[in-house]
Design a protein around this ligand. Structure first.
Ligand code: SF4
Length: 259
């Protein structure tokens, strides 16, 4: 792909500028694929790549090619708009300090605890999950009236997908948001919506969805009530802590999703 092809995608009026910056990257479940330039770019550039295998040489060659084209285009835009990168970028020492400070932030610490607890929960619940699978298989074989094992099984898979998609992403987004807030914003854009609020909003949406998904897990696995409630309490604390640290995040308008 050359620079002109890349520009054509950026300039297509069907695509909502910046939509991919504040989404959850779950393209398979996204209702906005037809309005997303990043998705179109990926489809156009990577479709036909054998088995989408990320270790495939062709994939990495194309990615390297796209990286060079993007950098070329970016440098052109920086020059056109006379952007001074040294104005925006903190020094390496400042960046290191901010990185350390962000690790100690309560939102980040809680989000880390959450993803670790989720991994531990699924590890320790393997037997219960297997047992449930066997019960549903038996119900299917026996074709019991008033039972719908197919949709129950699909429902469980759906909520587990939601939990697993978001559990680590919440931490990543909050780490990014906290770092951005600690770095501060240049005065010239102080009145504009903050990128860190956008990242915090993506984390909050992930937290809300995860709370709903764990609520559904509680119905499917009542025998795990105590451990699921522990996770829900942690998520609720994380939600409140995030809203307190980023008071404007809920109001952040994500292009394409909130407008
Ligand atoms: S906006 Fe939707 S299609 Fe585009 S990158 Fe995000 S999840 Fe994928």
């Amino acid at each position: 792909m050359d620079k002109e092809q890349l520009k054509k995608i950026f300039d297509n009026p069907d695509f909502i500028p910046g939509i991919h910056n504040y989404c959850d990257r779950w393209c398979e479940r996204c209702p906005m694929t037809s309005r997303c330039g990043s998705y179109a770019l990926e489809q156009e550039h990577f479709s036909g790549t054998k088995d989408k295998d990320i270790e495939n040489k062709e994939f990495w060659d194309k990615l390297g090619d796209l990286f060079s084209t993007t950098i070329e285009l970016l440098l052109e835009m920086i020059e056109e708009r006379s952007i001074d990168l040294s104005d925006i970028e903190p020094s390496p020492e400042e960046r290191e300090k901010i990185k350390e400070a962000s690790k100690e932030n309560e939102c980040v610490k809680m989000a880390k605890k959450y993803y670790k607890n989720v991994d531990a929960w699924f590890e320790e619940s393997k037997a219960v999950l297997e047992q449930k699978e066997n019960i549903l298989k038996q119900q299917l074989e026996m074709q019991l009236p008033k039972s719908d094992p197919v949709s129950e099984s699909a429902g469980i898979k759906d909520v587990i997908d939601v939990i697993m998609w978001h559990h680590y992403q919440i931490y990543v987004k909050l780490r990014r948001a906290v770092t951005g807030k600690l770095e501060g914003v240049p005065e010239i854009i102080a009145d504009m919506p903050k990128d860190y609020d956008g990242s915090a909003k993506v984390a909050l949406v992930g937290i809300d969805r995860s709370i709903a998904a764990w609520g559904a897990m509680l119905q499917h696995f009542p025998e795990k009530e105590n451990s699921i409630l522990d996770i829900l309490v942690l998520l609720e604390k994380l939600r409140k802590q995030t809203e307190a640290f980023f008071p404007d995040a809920r109001a952040f308008v994500r292009p394409g999703f909130d407008d």
